[in-house]
Design a protein around this ligand. Structure first.
Ligand code: ASP
Length: 345
């Protein structure tokens, strides 16, 4: 009896070690080619709700973000700088729900969230509920590199950003008439719920958060996410985007992930970290882990959305359970590929 227990214990220890070894060997293998994968939000993005001009504008903006990030990597730069460069383009574009073009809160304000993580040392930074920082992703990076904290919120985060010399704008900079109209529509329907809680599938409720994950020539992975959250959010609601482990996660041992979708569900499932954990502890491939979380666990709980991710070998995943996700990747100069709908190849 004692012996068989001992044997079982030994077996469990050995198989545990095997899994940890698997994760370590993933990190020990030669890294893949420099790669960047981005998203501009998941949601009910359908061809019938889109004009050809708007569709082109999205492809162009995604392409521009890919090129900005890739040129950092191609010039020997770091993955953290590449994700910031890509996200800055999307934060500055009114097409996405991040920076300029962010959605409105119930009170008619724009409250922004962002986060970044460096997979080489597990350093991370985030800001939430900020209203005056032009590029919240830069503030998240400053929190990671210039403070002893991981997350700063509201006025304190704004003061910190100002002290760090980041560009501060009047909140009116973030105003976008289409986003304002979306708030008015949401208010007409139900003043007590965020837009997605009313009906996540109606055409004007697509999310539009932005995110990027990069692998640099040093084999280091970085991930970052930036958002205005959800239309009609109240009471200082904060979603998954600035939460390390939910909206953003990066670890050279497994992968980097940036999420987009119905934030409450992503927080409850720790989506970004769960994908990394399935790889590190379970020995799953990036694709298997992303599918398991985004296509199984997330819908089972009632949530929807997507992720972009990559591992140290440069494998990418662009997985989503919604009708579409603005997305793209690049591995070679001038050869960025961008997609919108589910059936885009
Ligand atoms: N995940 C974001 C949030 O819940 C929304 C989005 O992805 O667009 O705040």
């Amino acid at each position: 009896m004692k012996h068989s227990l001992l044997i079982i214990l030994l077996f469990l220890m050995i198989s545990g070690c095997e899994k940890i070894k698997k994760a370590d060997s993933r990190q020990d293998m030669a890294p893949g080619p420099i790669t960047l994968v981005i998203h501009g939000g998941a949601g009910t993005i359908k061809r019938e709700n889109m004009t050809p001009e708007r569709e082109k504008a999205y492809h162009d903006a995604l392409q521009q973000a890919l090129e900005a990030g890739y040129s950092v990597l191609d010039n020997g730069g770091r993955s953290v700088d590449a994700v910031i460069a890509a996200i800055k383009i999307m934060e500055d574009s009114p097409l996405f729900n991040a920076g300029k073009g962010a959605v409105f809160t119930h009170d008619g304000k724009n409250e922004l969230d962002a986060s970044i993580m460096d997979g080489s040392n597990l350093m991370a930074g985030a800001v939430a509920g900020v209203t005056t920082i032009k590029n919240p992703i830069k503030a998240a990076y400053a929190v990671m590199t210039k403070s002893e904290h991981v997350m700063l919120i509201g006025k304190g985060a704004e003061k910190f950003a100002e002290e760090q010399g980041l560009e501060i704008v009047n909140p009116s900079y973030f105003f976008d008439s289409l986003r304002y109209e979306q708030l008015q529509n949401a208010l007409k329907k139900d003043t007590s719920k965020t837009a997605a809680l009313i009906d996540p599938y109606t055409k004007d409720k697509k999310f539009g958060t932005v995110g990027a994950v990069a692998l640099d020539q040093f084999g280091n992975i970085a991930a970052a996410t930036s958002t205005g959250g959800m239309t009609n959010k109240k009471y200082g609601r904060v979603g998954d985007a600035p939460i390390i482990g939910a909206g953003t996660y990066a670890n050279n041992k497994s992968c980097g992930v940036s999420s987009t979708g119905w934030g409450e569900y992503f927080i409850r499932l720790s989506v970004a970290h769960d994908i990394a954990a399935m790889m590190e502890y379970g020995g799953l491939s990036l694709e298997q882990a992303a599918d398991g979380v985004v296509m199984k666990k997330l819908p089972a709980l009632g949530g929807d959305g997507g992720i972009v991710a990559l591992d140290r070998q440069g494998n990418i995943a662009m997985t989503f359970s919604s009708a579409g996700m603005y997305r793209g990747y690049i591995r070679k100069k001038g050869e960025g590929k961008t997609f919108i709908y589910k059936d885009d190849q």
